[in-house]
Design a protein around this ligand. Structure first.
Ligand code: SF4
Length: 316
C-alpha cells in the first residue's frame, strides 16, 4: 500500500476547514439577505409601526418558522418597539404532534397562544370524499385567526407567504380566474377589522428552505389532513421552478413587474379612462413605447424601413 505523501495529508486537512469556512460564509450571506429583505418589505409597506402587537401565525411549516425567526431578529435591532405573539391554530388533524410547537416557542422565548379548533372534522363532514378541502379549510382558519387576533389585542396579523407564493397566486388567478390579481404584502382582512401583513413578500422560497435547514426548525409535515395537493397550485409552482432554472431571475422579474404596473398599457377600463382619452398635443417619449427600447437594431429584419412599413400596411 502506498503511504500518502505529507503534501496530500496537508491538502486533505486544510480542505475541511476551508469547506466549513465557505459554508459559514454562505450562511452569513443568507442571513443578511433574509433580514435585509424582510426589513425592506416592512419599511416599504409600513407593515410594522411603533407600539404594534404583531400576531405571527405559525403553522409548523418552514415559512412561518423562518418568518418568526427573522422577525425576532429584527425586533432586537429595530429603532421602534413592537411586540410579537406567536399563534398556532391546532386544527385537530390526525397525528398532529401538539407538543412540537409549544416546546419550540417556549425555547425561543416568544409569547405564544395555541388555539384548539377542530376544523378538520367540519371539513371532512362538509366536503364530499375526493374533493379538494383546502378552500373551506383555509376560510375557516382565516375566520378563527381574525377572531383570535381581536382577543389578543393584536394590531397586525403576520402570514408567512413568500415571493414565490405571491407570483404563483398571480398566475393561478390569470390562468384559472381570468384576473390579474396576486397576493398583496399588506391588506385589510375581509372582515374589515384586521391589517394582514406578509413580511416575507420579497423573499425567495429557496432561501427559506436553506434557512430552515440551517436553523433545524422542527417542521411539522403539512400532509396530515390527507388532502390531495391543490393540483393547480402545484402545477404553477413546477412551471415557475422550471422557468427559473432555465432563465434565472424570471420569477424575480415577474414579482418586480407586480410592483411596476402601467394601467395605461393594460386593458382594464376601470383602472384607466380609455373611453375619455384625449390628445394632449404634447410629445411623450414613453407614451407609446412597448417593449422595444432594448431591442438592438441587428435583430430586426434587414429590410429597408419603407418595405417594412408597406408590408405592415398590406397585411390583412
Ligand atoms: S392542506 Fe389540509 S390543512 Fe392545509 S389548507 Fe388544505 S385541507 Fe387545510
Amino acid at each position: 500500500m502506498t503511504e500518502p505523501s505529507t503534501a496530500t495529508i496537508a491538502a486533505a486537512t486544510s480542505a475541511a476547514p476551508a469547506a466549513t469556512d465557505k459554508a459559514a460564509h454562505e450562511i452569513n450571506k443568507l442571513s443578511k439577505r433574509l433580514h435585509r429583505l424582510v426589513g425592506q418589505a416592512v419599511i416599504d409597506f409600513n407593515m410594522i409601526e411603533d407600539g404594534d402587537r404583531v400576531m405571527v401565525c405559525v403553522s409548523g411549516g418552514k415559512d412561518s418558522y423562518a418568518m418568526l425567526d427573522i422577525l425576532l431578529g429584527l425586533q432586537k435591532r429595530a429603532p421602534i418597539r413592537f411586540e410579537l405573539v406567536a399563534v398556532n391554530l391546532d386544527q385537530k388533524q390526525p397525528g398532529f404532534p401538539e407538543h412540537v410547537l409549544p416546546e419550540y416557542l417556549a425555547k425561543v422565548g416568544v409569547p405564544f397562544h395555541i388555539e384548539n379548533q377542530d376544523t378538520y372534522s367540519i371539513v371532512k363532514r362538509v366536503i364530499p370524499e375526493g374533493k379538494t378541502t383546502c378552500g373551506l379549510c383555509s376560510r375557516l382558519r382565516r375566520g378563527i385567526l381574525y377572531r383570535v387576533a381581536g382577543e389578543l389585542g393584536a394590531t397586525k396579523i403576520a402570514l408567512g407567504h413568500h415571493r414565490d407564493d405571491i407570483v404563483q397566486t398571480l398566475f393561478m388567478n390569470m390562468f384559472f380566474g381570468s384576473k390579474m390579481k396576486g397576493m398583496p404584502p399588506k391588506l385589510v382582512s375581509d372582515d374589515g377589522k384586521n391589517i394582514v401583513i406578509r413580511p416575507l413578500a420579497y423573499v425567495a422560497e429557496t432561501d427559506l428552505e436553506r434557512w430552515a435547514e440551517h436553523r433545524q426548525f422542527p417542521i411539522i409535515p403539512c400532509t396530515l389532513c390527507g388532502s390531495q395537493d391543490n393540483l393547480q397550485r402545484v402545477q404553477i409552482k413546477q412551471m415557475l421552478r422550471e422557468w427559473d432554472k432555465r432563465h434565472p431571475g424570471r420569477v424575480e422579474n415577474v414579482f418586480s413587474a407586480m410592483q411596476n404596473v402601467v394601467p395605461s398599457h393594460l386593458a382594464d377600463r376601470n383602472l384607466f379612462p380609455f373611453a375619455n382619452l384625449q390628445t394632449t398635443g404634447m410629445a411623450d417619449a414613453d407614451g407609446d413605447r412597448a417593449f422595444d427600447e432594448d431591442e438592438p437594431c441587428s435583430t430586426t429584419p434587414s429590410a429597408p424601413a419603407a418595405t417594412v412599413k408597406l408590408h405592415w400596411i398590406d397585411s390583412p
